[in-house]
Write a new protein. Structure first.
Length: 346
């Protein structure tokens, strides 16, 4: 009689160490892929706000008033994005392109473009007032966050040219697409008035490009008044680069004042608080509804969650630990003495 040995089903039963190492390697690869697949903050979804454009006479009669505002609070904290938008509309006679009133909304998308009060109310002389206030709160670890510049402006070009008109702003035209384009080709009827401005201290960051286009080609009947304002305030939160060290050749009289003011932690906190306060003050323009102010104050107070380790960093760390464990298991298996329980069995 011949005895036949039947091998255990599957290689996993014959080589449990190989199966374990293979499983660890596959899990580490999956975690690494998940970490690399996380989208960077720069690819966050964006959206625009369009209102009060193309307003004209309706069934009720000629236009008599146009007052529209947009207030936006954008927040970027690492890979987390959030925005709060409040809009107001008052168009008469006849409604705006969307109903009159005030409304607020929240989104994980960032508002990067605002277009309002363009090509509107060109049938009768009256007052046009439109405002855009944008507050950007960006964490210091966002790409491009630390570089703040004044927004480029294209405004008041070809306006108030109808005779005895008043141009209450300095015409400025950017060579290429400007961040703020407003009050061009407006109030050109006789006696028209244009007053447009960019809020003092307005700053933009490469981490969040912003464009505003408002009050262009509007209010051209004689005697119309066009008053529009844009403010873009940007504050950077989080760590700030340390100050440059004092050179070795500095004299004792110069080093004493430096020691007196060298309080990096307090200086950073003061700068951040000042910038945020400026954003709050700028956004509460006269005539803005209380609901809009409350929504923005709430967003500015609690929009930035506490910083913590990033998800992709934790995934990569876990993947590295798994790979290290798999490698150690292979080495122990290969280098263990022949009589050891860890030695390979053939």
């Amino acid at each position: 009689m011949r005895t036949v040995s039947i091998p255990a089903a599957g290689s996993a039963a014959r080589h449990p160490w190989r199966a374990m190492v293979l499983a660890l390697a596959m899990l580490a690869g999956a975690l690494s892929t998940a970490a690399l697949a996380q989208p960077p903050a720069a690819q966050a979804a964006t959206m625009s706000v369009d209102q009060c454009n193309g307003h004209g006479p309706g069934a009720e009669g000629a236009t008599t008033q146009l007052r529209c505002t947009v207030t936006v609070v954008n927040t970027i904290n690492g890979r987390t994005t959030h925005s709060v938008t409040t809009v107001t509309r008052l168009c008469t006679l006849g409604p705006c392109s969307t109903p009159n009133g005030t409304s607020s909304s929240e989104s994980t998308s960032l508002v990067t473009a605002v277009r309002q009060c363009n090509s509107s109310d060109n049938d009768a002389a009256h007052t046009i007032i439109c405002d855009v206030t944008i507050s950007n709160i960006i964490s210091g670890d966002s790409p491009g966050a630390q570089s703040l510049t004044s927004p480029s402006v294209n405004q008041c070009v070809g306006s108030a040219g109808g005779g005895i008109g008043v141009l209450g702003c300095r015409p400025a035209q950017a060579s290429t697409g400007a961040a703020v384009t407003q009050c061009n080709g407006s109030a050109n009827g006789g006696g028209g008035t244009v007053r447009c401005s960019l809020g003092a201290g307005s700053r933009v960051s490469a981490a969040l490009p912003i464009t505003v286009n408002q009050c262009n080609g509007s209010g051209n009947p004689g005697g119309s008044s066009v008053t529009c304002r844009t403010s873009i305030m940007t504050s950077i939160t989080g760590p700030v680069a340390p100050a440059a060290p004092v050179s070795a050749g500095a004299t004792a009289t110069r080093s004493a004042p430096a020691r007196k003011t060298a309080t990096p932690t307090k200086t950073t906190a003061t700068a951040t608080t000042t910038t945020t306060t400026a954003a709050i003050t700028t956004s509460t323009t006269p005539g803005q509804p209380e609901s809009a102010r409350a929504a923005e104050r709430q967003a500015l107070a609690g929009a930035i969650p506490a910083a913590g380790p990033s998800r992709d960093g934790l995934l990569m760390l876990l993947a590295g630990l798994l790979l290290a464990g798999a490698t150690a298991a292979l080495l122990i298996r290969r280098l263990a003495p022949a009589d050891s329980r860890y030695a390979r069995r053939h």
